[in-house]
Design a protein around this ligand. Sequence first.
Ligand SMILES: Cc1cc2nc3c(=O)[nH]c(=O)nc-3n(C[C@H](O)[C@H](O)[C@H](O)COP(=O)(O)OP(=O)(O)OC[C@H]3O[C@@H](n4cnc5c(N)ncnc54)[C@H](O)[C@@H]3O)c2cc1C
Length: 269
Amino acid sequence: MAEPAVHKDPFGHHRVTVTRIVPMTATVKSYTLALQDDATFRFKPGQYIQLYVPKGDQSVAKPYSIASPPDQEREIELCIKRVEGGYVSTYCDRLAGGESFEIRGPIGKFFLREPIDSDLVFLATGTGVAPFRSMLRGLFPIGPGDTSWAPYQFSTDPAGPLPVRQAGAGRRHAWLFFGVRHEDEILYESEFLSMAERYPTFHFIPTISRPGRWQGATGYVQDHVPKHVTDPSGKQVYVCGLMPMIEAARAALKGMGFQREQIHYEIYT
Ligand SMILES: Cc1cc2nc3c(=O)[nH]c(=O)nc-3n(C[C@H](O)[C@H](O)[C@H](O)COP(=O)(O)OP(=O)(O)OC[C@H]3O[C@@H](n4cnc5c(N)ncnc54)[C@H](O)[C@@H]3O)c2cc1C
């Protein structure tokens, strides 16, 4: 009799311990998960993990984008918004630190298309900025560990366009349009401001939909793209957030003349 086919899970499983929890806003916290085994965790910035939390005598898994800088291989950072009535996000919100979980990953195809030889436009709302924080820490190094970003294969053709990683001295530009409701909800704000200060080709455009005394951009994130990005040619766009924002961004980008193959999405369902 033929042996039944064995379907091996192509994704790695790891035990992790919560080593650090930092409130970022009233509803979002940053969680650092340290790997318990000796393995290193290599991922492409933009990918996500499945986090398993207990529910009765079972467990339930939810996907969360990896927010860590790409050369951080022993710890994984997540940023999770507590959703009203949501099981896993509320469970995480109640953690004190020291707890252990199983994760599965890295998973997903939402990473930068290689070789990275185009200008990059990022659109995010809320915790949808998490995958971009990871990508941007690799593209525009600001931390001491950021410079050893190895997993990425940039274009090595000396006659080709400069890798975006060298964009501070080069030709390629990246824009981050980041929409939140209130000005105290701009996640990783100081990091993005440092990048913008250090690299003239990185442009950070936070937009606030319910402004108080905010002097910067207001309204919806997609409405600001045409003011900064005038020509779609030679650009790749990455969009991450909840479905209504993805749909609005898709329509706006189409209206600007972006082709379908230039636009990449991660939808937080
Ligand atoms: C690829 C991927 C990556 C993701 N990465 C992140 C991340 O980095 N950070 C993060 O916070 N979330 C992320 N999410 C969303 C996350 O997986 C969960 O959906 C979210 O935490 C809610 O799970 P829950 O178990 O708490 O809620 P559930 O018990 O599943 O659902 C509660 C209800 O809330 C709704 N809901 C879900 N998310 C939101 C939201 N953000 N705002 C308002 N209503 C919502 C659901 O539609 C549902 O009706 C990601 C989703 C995907 C698909």
